[in-house]
Design a protein around this ligand. Structure first.
Ligand code: ZN
Length: 265
């Protein structure tokens, strides 16, 4: 009798673990985002979300820290803050972000990449292998890089300039050697909320350096894709966010920020 009860208990435990893990599997299909890209473009550089809270939403991702202080990379469950100058360090749990996207990385597709000579070529190659242009994808590329040109913007002080102006203060650095690209592909219909197309951050293999990628070249390797078909946006609850005028189309501004940055080397 006792043995039967024990068996029943084991069965129930297994069942509850199975349900729990399928819950996690669902979480793995979802992209979580704090704030919107247009709010960041408008100069909302202070959010309320802590790194500790963000880490409950994913083990992979990218963003920035309050004050537009450098770049954020989340990889294998660890957050890294990359300061202007390209130095990476683990931020305190209490650090806050004004914009970040994270997900639980679960590889669905492997894409073989030939040698890549530029960021443009990388985006073209990944686009060729995307199962659909209408889903989100978390993309991880571990590789050996001939070069990575990466930027980070130094911490800004209020009153804040808009991003198209603040980006002029960016510091560009170059890396060579092994490292990881942490990226997202977002469909074009996400305009105004996130960056349509690709957004890449880089971190070195020893996790000591990186930044927002402006250009790169690397040896043949695999891109690992995780397709995400759910999208959660947590809006800031601050008065600053409530009072922002987000009615206009800022896509040209976003384009300018990206292109000007790419040219300014
Ligand atoms: Zn970035």
């Amino acid at each position: 009798m006792k043995a039967t009860l024990k068996a029943l208990y084991c069965f129930l435990l297994t069942l509850s673990l199975t349900v729990f893990s399928s819950g996690l599997a669902w979480a793995g299909e979802s992209l979580y985002q704090y704030s919107t890209i247009d709010a960041l473009l408008a100069g909302l550089y202070d959010g309320e979300q802590t790194i500790k809270e963000l880490m409950f939403q994913g083990d992979f991702g990218l963003g920035t820290l309050n004050g537009l202080d450098g770049e954020l990379v989340v990889l294998d469950g660890t957050p890294y803050h990359i300061s202007a100058g390209g130095v990476a360090a683990i931020p305190p749990d209490t650090a806050k972000t004004p914009f970040a996207t994270v997900s639980f990385f679960q590889e669905d597709t492997i894409l073989k990449l030939d040698r890549i000579e530029s960021l443009h070529a990388l985006n073209e190659a990944v686009t060729q292998g995307l199962p659909s242009k209408n889903d989100f994808y978390a993309i991880r590329i571990d590789g050996r890089f001939s070069f990575v040109k990466a930027r980070a913007i130094p911490k800004q002080n209020p009153p804040y300039e808009q991003l198209k102006d603040a980006v002029r203060h960016q510091v560009v650095v170059q890396f060579t050697g092994e490292g990881t690209l942490v990226g997202y592909y977002s469909p074009s219909f996400v305009k105004g909320v996130n960056v349509p197309g690709y957004h890449w951050h880089f971190i070195t293999k020893d996790r000591t350096g990186g930044g927002h990628v402006l250009d790169c070249s690397f040896e043949p390797t695999n891109a690992r894709l995780d397709s995400l078909n759910a999208f959660t946006v947590k809006l800031p609850e601050s008065r600053e966010f409530s009072e922002l005028d987000l009615s206009g189309d800022k896509s040209k501004e976003l384009d300018k920020v990206e292109k000007d940055s790419a040219k300014k080397e």
